[in-house]
Design a protein around this ligand. Sequence first.
Ligand code: GRF
Length: 197
Amino acid sequence: MRWAVLVGGTGSNLRAILASGLPVHLVISNRMGVGALDIAREYGLEAVVITAKAFPDRARYDQELARTLGAHRIDAVAMAGFLRWLQPQTIQAYRGRILNLHPSLLPAYPGLHAIERAFSDGVLWTGVSVHFVDEGHDTGPLVAQAPVPRLPGDSLADLEARIHATEHRLYPRVLHAVDEGSAWLQDDGVHYKEEQP
Ligand code: GRF
């Protein structure tokens, strides 16, 4: 499959995905000047910036996103720090071929600042989730999760670092499973050829 990775931040997950050898053909960022774009360049990948302010509304934004994905013959999309909710038409067009990474054990802590909120609530365990994207916000069918402990004496930065390290291990594994057809979405949920990634 030809993958695109949608980014918007430092790009540490993009780096882990590229290092894993997933066939990535395009990087799309919703922000200019972010670290993820440098990583794309380092790997000689085509990187496109599509900022919200260049478009009058969300529908027009997603039209441009869909056009760009189509122009690069992209089959599957991995979201990794892209800070925009996709429109229903985009999600329908890529259903079962678009995945998102989230830094909590969903359905706990959906949305922004998931790590900070879990930390300030004093949870002893949080984690990482990978799910197929649906029309809701961080609600799609889960493909894999990994728990992460908050250890005694942890600062927020310690917990963030542990979560990001877990993301870097889990997300490429899940994307390869989808790429190889050993994890897939059907109408009744997520299926696995063998075990969960
Ligand atoms: C990750 O924590 C991911 O879970 C969230 O955005 C962050 C992206 O980080 N969706 P990076 O840009 O990959 O370093």
